[in-house]
Design a protein around this ligand. Structure first.
Ligand code: ACO
Length: 430
């Protein structure tokens, strides 16, 4: 909806253009700049998309200054307290909380698609035992397209939804298989009678030779972490999924690209980075040294788990996770010095002028690694856990984009700073 117009005038030519100001249901009004190149002959420059709304979306809203996160209008605090991961996934995809019948149907569908093709299992044998699970995830998830040719008509809404369900269902099976491969244990088949997170823990930690009972504390904590990581509007990996999807690429390729984007330490790789950083810091006395390193512009070191492109206040997810950390460590009886270290680091950083001035607060992943560690999940699997949870967000955005009648291929422009046109010089004359 357009509120009013802004006028942009080129002082040199005297030409003016009226730019419609678009108003969403929440958040900053947004200037529609589409007409500028055609009418004034300029592009807009916004490297790393700090101010550009790349699409219209109805899924998630963030107010970074106030620390607000809403999924389809529901505050993350309420979902974390009252919902479960599958219900949240349904909400993200369909826009409304399911009634009992819809929930049962969704949950049955997701549970029914958990198996992977037997041939896929042989892929794992091709990876070195020490391959990073995220590299295996990217490869295996991308290869799913080779198994579902028949369901990849991107103009068929049913095919789109089946693919979304397949992705949410099968990724935990693939993730657990990555883990099993890395420790040399047989891949465990899913159990469809188990709840989503229970099944993941079962596939990761059970072995065929003895009975395994899933810890309810672990399943509950994982469920909560998954809700907190389920979606976060147009972040780097979600925007990647949308951009790849805008070409009409199949959903498995899109999600594989999302996994690749998530792996970076500035994004989902931060949870692994936090644990490694805490291990490197080692003890409270060393904190000041690392704080100084983080502030030193000549040192590439950054305080992992601190700062966020959008939150300039506490990340509401970090506040919830911090609380859950206490509970998990108490319930599991684990005394992890990492938690104490993380709390002290947070306390010192939050008082430091450098972090205060730049509004650098702990983000969602500052504490998630401590919980994953307490649940027995190896550090190399932390970002995989994030990818599993984010799959529901990625597929929701992909479905929203595919359903947009005005959707076009994503194609940013550039400010060219390269060489002017010049003539080719033959090799012998260079
Ligand atoms: N440690 C030290 N300094 C930092 C940190 C940090 N973690 N984060 C930002 N800064 C500084 C920058 O050096 C910059 O300082 P300057 O203004 O003096 O140059 C200022 O704060 C602003 O930082 P930008 O890099 O411009 O912020 P941007 O929005 O581009 O980056 C990001 C956000 C990538 C999250 C960054 O804060 C970071 O690298 N954090 C550590 C990695 C991390 O935790 N990532 C997880 C993000 S949340 C998620 O994906 C789940």
């Amino acid at each position: 909806m357009s509120l009013k117009n802004l006028t942009l005038t080129d002082n040199e030519t005297g030409k003016s253009i009226e730019l419609p100001l678009l108003e969403g249901t929440l958040g900053n009004p947004t200037i529609d700049v589409k007409g500028i190149p055609g009418q004034l002959g300029y592009f807009t420059h916004d490297p790393s998309f700090g101010t550009t709304a790349s699409c219209e979306s109805r899924i998630t809203f963030i107010d970074g200054d106030k620390g607000i996160l809403l999924h389809r209008g529901y505050p993350i605090e309420q979902l974390a307290e009252k919902s479960n991961y599958l219900e949240t996934a349904y909400l993200l995809i369909h826009g409304e909380l399911p009634n009992k019948e819809q929930y049962d149907e969704f949950s049955t569908v997701i549970r029914r698609h958990t198996m992977i093709n037997e041939s896929l299992k042989t892929f794992f044998g091709g990876f070195r035992h020490d391959a990073h699970p995220m590299s295996m995830m990217m490869g295996v998830v991308g290869s799913l397209a080779a198994f579902y040719h028949e369901g990849l008509n991107m103009n068929d809404e049913e095919h789109l939804m089946i693919s979304a369900h397949r992705l949410i269902s099968k990724l935990p099976t693939i993730a657990a298989a990555c883990y099993k491969h890395s420790i040399g244990e047989p891949i465990v088949y899913p159990r469809n009678d188990l709840e989503y997170c229970e099944n993941l823990l079962y596939m990761m930690f059970s072995v065929p030779c003895e009975e395994y009972v899933v810890s309810p504390v672990a399943a509950k904590a994982l469920n909560l972490l998954f809700i907190l990581h389920a979606d976060h509007e147009q972040n780097a990996s979600t925007s990647t999924v949308r951009l790849v999807g805008s070409t009409g690429a199949n959903p498995f390729a899109c999600i594989s690209a999302g996994i690749a984007a998530l792996w970076g330490p500035a994004h989902g790789g931060a949870n692994e980075g936090v644990l490694k950083m805490l291990e490197e810091i080692g003890s409270v006395e060393n904190i000041p040294k690392f704080i100084e390193k983080a502030k030193d512009k000549n040192d590439p070191f950054r305080l992992m788990g601190f700062g966020h492109r959008v939150y300039k206040n506490f990340d509401p997810r970090a506040t919830i996770i911090r609380e859950v950390c206490y509970q998990v460590l108490e319930e599991t009886g684990i005394k992890d010095p990492m938690f104490g270290l993380a709390m002290k680091l947070e306390e010192i950083a939050l008082k430091d002028e450098y972090f205060v001035e730049r509004k650098l607060y702990p983000n969602v992943d500052f504490y998630s690694g401590v919980i994953y560690k307490a649940l027995g999940i190896p550090v190399s699997m932390f970002t995989v856990m994030f990818a599993l949870a984010r799959t529901s967000g990625w597929v929701s955005h992909w479905l929203e984009m595919m359903g947009d009648p005005d959707g076009r291929i994503g194609r940013p422009r550039q400010l060219y700073m390269g060489a002017l046109e010049r003539d080719y010089i033959p090799l012998e004359k260079r």
